[in-house]
Ligand binder design. Structure first.
Ligand SMILES: Cc1ncc(COP(=O)(O)O)c(C=O)c1O
Length: 416
């Protein structure tokens, strides 16, 4: 089949391959996906986070289908958007939300609100906050551990607009308060916004993050918690809400619509009033399919499931178990001194952890990913992997054998 050759990939979408070549996918069901050749894979990529219930989950599909009888786009916003925000923001009575498709859009909107509010265009970033120019220009491998030799090298240094002396995009790299203070002190006159990827909360503590937000706010910056990976996955709104971190704005995305593209920028009424003058919307901001998907996703996640009080707690339990099984399988395969797995922020995500001698070795790390694909498991490395409610039905014995098999083939091959 020649279809793959027509697709312009970024490196991200090219990651999934086995020794027989690039994978092209045909369908998914529950926690699994199939490639065009009919090979099945346990999927922990989950579209890089959005698929939180599972693929083609019948209840979700049926609910969305029923909603579709109302149409997909009105002249303006619909009662479904309103209902979704009422449910999403029930713990934040004074807040409003602005709808977008992608989180990059919502973060761009946050940058614009910050510039309108402060009159200053510069930003301090910590973490991957999107692919638009000012979000990605001169950024790091943010998901690498703080001590990884791969973390620091600047990437995306060419062909980017919206960065320069009057509108710097600065990186808070080491998550030390002293370094943040130094950045703020040096560039205070041009800085309007601080944005933090909540995944990096797993590298530090809520106390440090509370201090960081207070420091930036007292220097007149608008503070944004980017909960794109975490909101709707570790809990309904994510880390800042759960840990009482007083960020001015919250961005959520990915997991809200079980794979349908929806993102929301949340903040108080006064700030979100700027949305009118700032022109924070486009043609598709008001479409209804993603509001239907977000309502249907919430209906399922709000319910108790198994021994868990709700779907978010159950996701945490599932991811924690996956990490345990993987760590045990690493011991079984004799590679536990090189690699293991750990749950991230409660377990709605998990990640591979490498010993120092593997951490800086890109080739061995890519070989591990390929060994997993060869054993029928797709996951991420150098990035957290994602679980869905459907993974509660994993055949755990088979999964454990697959993981041990992947580790063995990695250690027996050139990978180690
Ligand atoms: C924390 C964070 N912010 C923003 C984005 C950008 O989201 P999108 O790809 O929906 O534009 C991502 C995507 O991975 C993310 O993880």
């Amino acid at each position: 089949m020649s279809t793959a050759e027509r697709i312009a990939h970024s490196k991200i979408t090219k990651k999934f391959r086995t020794s027989s070549g690039q994978l092209l996918f045909a369908r998914g069901s529950g926690g699994e996906v199939w490639d065009v050749n009919g090979a099945a894979y346990v999927d922990f990529v989950m579209g890089y986070g959005p698929v939180v219930l599972g693929h083609a989950v019948p209840e979700f599909d049926e609910t969305v289908k029923e909603y579709l009888a109302n149409g997909v786009m009105m002249p303006g916003y619909s009662t479904f958007h309103q209902e979704y925000l009422d449910r999403l923001l029930d713990q934040r009575p004074g807040d409003r939300g602005a709808f977008f498709k992608t989180a990059s859009e919502a973060v761009t909107a946050a940058f614009r609100l910050a510039a309108m509010e402060t009159g200053r265009l510069g930003v301090i970033r910590s973490g991957y906050v999107g692919w638009h120019d000012s979000q990605i220009a001169n950024s790091l491998k943010w998901h690498e551990p703080l001590h990884s030799p791969l973390r620091g090298k600047l990437r995306y240094t060419d062909a980017m607009r919206g960065v320069g002396p009057d509108e710097p995009a600065l990186n808070w790299v080491d998550l030390r308060i002293e370094s943040l203070k130094a950045l703020v002190d040096e560039h205070r006159d041009v800085l309007g916004c601080f944005v933090f990827d909540a995944y990096l909360a797993s590298f530090t503590t809520p106390e440090v993050l509370r201090e960081a937000v207070e420091l930036c706010r007292s220097a007149g910056l608008l503070t944004v918690f980017d909960e794109t990976k975490t909101g709707g996955r570790i809990s309904p709104l994510g880390y800042a809400q759960d840990n009482a971190i007083p960020a001015d704005l919250i961005v959520i995305g990915k997991a809200l619509g079980n794979g349908m593209p929806i993102s929301v920028l949340v903040g108080n009424t006064e700030l979100l009033t700027h949305a009118e003058n700032a022109r924070l919307s486009g043609t598709f901001s008001k479409e209804m399919v993603t509001a239907y998907a977000a309502l249907a996703t919430r209906d399922i996640l709000e319910r108790p499931i198994g021994d868990s009080a709700d779907g978010w707690a159950e996701l945490g339990r599932i991811g924690t178990r996956i990490a345990e099984v993987m760590t045990y399988a690493a011991k079984d395969a004799g590679v536990a001194d090189a690699v293991w797995a750990q749950p991230v922020l409660g377990g709605g995500m998990f990640e591979l952890v490498y010993a120092d001698d593997v951490l800086g070795d890109k080739e061995r790390r890519s070989a591990l990913l390929e060994a997993f694909a060869g054993a029928g498991i797709l996951l991420l490395e150098g990035h957290p992997s994602f679980v869905s409610l459907a993974h509660r039905d994993l055949d755990w014995d088979k999964f454990s054998d697959q993981v041990a098999g992947a580790f063995r083939s990695w250690t027996n091959g050139s990978g180690r």
